[in-house]
Design a protein around this ligand. Structure first.
Ligand SMILES: *[C@@H]1O[C@H](CO)[C@@H](O)[C@H](O)[C@H]1NC(C)=O
Ligand SMILES: *[C@@H]1O[C@H](CO)[C@@H](O)[C@H](O)[C@H]1NC(C)=O
Ligand SMILES: *[C@@H]1O[C@H](CO)[C@@H](O)[C@H](O)[C@H]1NC(C)=O
Ligand SMILES: *[C@@H]1O[C@H](CO)[C@@H](O)[C@H](O)[C@H]1NC(C)=O
Ligand SMILES: *[C@@H]1O[C@H](CO)[C@@H](O)[C@H](O)[C@H]1NC(C)=O
Ligand SMILES: *[C@@H]1O[C@H](CO)[C@@H](O)[C@H](O)[C@H]1NC(C)=O
Ligand SMILES: *[C@@H]1O[C@H](CO)[C@@H](O)[C@H](O)[C@H]1NC(C)=O
Length: 504
């Protein structure tokens, strides 16, 4: 009893004091509705109805902000087809605009009006992704059809006012869209902190890390339609590593279309890693909510939850990860037929990696590639599957189109295919590791560390730590005496200044 009342008093004290020391964030992983036969209006309204349920649920859980994913309202389409999904977004730097209050002026722009009202009705900051159509006749760069199409992140204040719009600076294919005209400052202020937004492919380039490291920015809000790539670029794995590499909070909302390689969302808090996340390819939309500490305030309980949301039901989600299959490789399984149900992932391009197999239950292995050396010291109960050490340094081609410089040092469970010894990456494993120390002499300043285990779960941060020293040494130490079935332990270095110029 005494214990209980102490807790209550403590909670009261903390509650008062904590006002400025945390905010509650929410991200919505949305299973987008789309049918070629339906009108643009019907598709947008159907998806917005789902967003509305998510915003109401987020608000009922005390969230200050909800982030919606990229391409959650309509898919990436060709220029002529995508046009009818776009709306002209006024410049919030020039005018104060509140589409919910100015109903008549915004009656034709259903996305702007609905998102604005969603923010106002729930007194919650809303961040979403949509398309901004800007007439441009006369501009020498204007496309032939007379409009710019920008893939855009937009933020609404609690009262429905537009706070900020950001045009995506790195398009991923997306030939129906145009690149931002110039680099932008995507930060904005709210009554609970300062935020920056980014979208999709932006995460693979330097600007997002640069802005993420600005001390004034409390968190980066990230809307994405992400393609999972094993072994080091699986959604939640890569986002946790982004939060660790940049020591910053990341709220990542993904569209879930599992047959198109997209699943996984979450809230990641600097060195603490995931506060809450989902990775469960099942065709069900989910809202992730977590309390995000803002200052040096250790006692903030996580208050994290996952809520499943369908057209006619809302329930607390338990057992996340249950539907993760052992094999997801599109190379092995071909394309899925039921895209909302049959999960597929792809592999990173590893053609120029140097691989070395782990052959003993415990030991040390090292390998070098282009002047980068990677070393692993490990201990297992016995290797039940094939594990390889992989190392790479250089300019690499991604998705058959984009080139950038990276350094990789990774231990992963992988299977052979044809003449490639390490080609596909199952998502489950039986091999139990008690210890793993991975070390590489990278030249990169930004290094993404990750440790995942069987079922594509993130290994708790209490069981591993990482360092990236100024003196060209990056490392990961994992230890758990009772052992874990590790899938991947990886370090990925990026030197953005060595990238060739980005071409869309
Ligand atoms: C869409 O329309 C086409 C042609 O009108 C029809 O053949 C097809 O079955 C329709 N698809 C759906 C999902 O309704
Ligand atoms: C970005 O904008 C914010 C205000 O929204 C401002 O405080 C900050 O100084 C700007 N940063 C840069 C580098 O321009
Ligand atoms: C990470 O950020 C927190 C607060 O923003 C700071 O206290 C801590 O020292 C930083 N850690 C590192 C390794 O820079
Ligand atoms: C994938 O497609 C190829 C060619 O259509 C077919 O030969 C193969 O059996 C398919 N594999 C699976 C696992 O369905
Ligand atoms: C990494 O270590 C290897 C072996 O000691 C060395 O040959 C190589 O030059 C080092 N690379 C860098 C970038 O320091
Ligand atoms: C993989 O990367 C290499 C080296 O950049 C490139 O030559 C090759 O075309 C890429 N393969 C694929 C399938 O993209
Ligand atoms: C070690 O891993 C087990 C699961 O295999 C887990 O239950 C336990 O909490 C971990 N131990 C530590 C010290 O983190």
């Amino acid at each position: 009893m005494a214990y209980k009342s102490t807790l209550i008093i403590l909670a009261t004290v903390l509650g008062v004091e904590a006002n400025s020391c945390f905010f509650t964030g929410a991200v919505y992983e949305h299973t987008r509705y789309y049918s070629k036969n339906d009108s643009a209006r019907h598709i947008i309204e159907t998806n917005l109805d789902s967003y509305r349920r998510a915003a109401e649920t987020a608000s009922s859980k005390g969230a200050d902000i909800v982030v919606f994913p990229e391409y959650g309202l309509f898919p990436p389409l060709q220029r002529d087809k995508v046009k009818k999904f776009l709306e002209t977004i006024p410049d919030p730097k020039k005018f104060r605009v509140n589409p919910c209050e100015e109903r008549e002026a915004y009656s034709g722009t259903i996305i702007l009006r609905t998102l604005s009202c969603m923010a106002k009705d729930n007194s919650i900051v809303v961040v979403a992704s949509m398309g901004d159509l800007q007439k441009c006749k006369g501009d020498p760069d204007c496309p032939e059809d007379g409009d710019f199409h920008f893939s855009t992140s937009i933020a609404f204040d609690r009262d429905g006012t537009i706070l900020m719009k950001y045009h995506k600076e790195y398009l991923f294919y997306e030939f129906g869209m145009d690149l931002a005209r110039a680099q932008q400052n995507s930060t904005f202020e709210t009554d609970f902190g300062t935020f920056a937004t980014f979208q999709g492919f932006d995460i693979d380039f330097g600007r997002m890390s640069e802005v993420g490291r600005w001390p004034t920015v409390d968190a980066v809000l990230y809307s994405v339609l992400f393609l999972d790539q094993a072994p080091q670029m699986m959604s939640v794995q890569f986002w946790e590593s982004w939060a660790l590499a940049n020591n910053k909070t990341l709220l990542a909302a993904n569209t879930q279309i599992v047959g198109h390689l997209a699943v996984g969302s979450g809230i990641f808090h600097g060195e603490e890693g995931a506060l809450s996340y989902t990775f469960n390819p099942d065709g069900i939309s989910k809202l992730i909510v977590a309390r995000v500490p803002k200052c040096d305030f250790e006692s903030v309980a996580p208050y994290a939850s996952i809520t499943a949301i369908t057209d006619n039901d809302i329930w607390e989600w338990k057992g996340d990860g249950h539907d993760v299959p052992e094999v997801c490789s599109r190379t092995l399984l071909n394309d899925s037929i039921e895209i909302m149900r049959e999960y597929r992932c792809m592999e990173e391009n590893m053609t120029d990696y140097t691989f070395l197999k782990l052959t003993e239950p415990k030991g040390r292995v090292d390998a070098c590639n282009n002047g980068v050396c990677c070393f692993v010291d490990y201990e297992t109960d016995g290797l039940a599957e094939d594990y390889y050490l992989g190392v790479f340094s250089g300019i690499h081609n991604h998705f058959g189109r984009y080139n950038w410089f990276e350094e990789d040092c990774v231990v992963a469970r992988c299977d052979p295919l044809g003449d490639r010894i390490c080609a596909t990456f199952p998502l489950k494993s039986k091999t139990v590791f008690q210890h793993l120390h991975l070390k590489a002499n990278f030249t990169s300043k930004v290094v993404f560390p990750s440790v995942t285990e069987s079922g594509m779960r993130l290994v708790q941060r209490s069981e591993w730590h990482h360092h990236s020293h100024g003196n060209l040494l990056s490392e990961i130490h994992f230890d758990n005496k009772s052992g874990r079935k590790l899938l991947v332990a990886g370090l990925k270095g990026r030197s953005y200044d060595k990238d060739p110029p980005y071409k869309r």
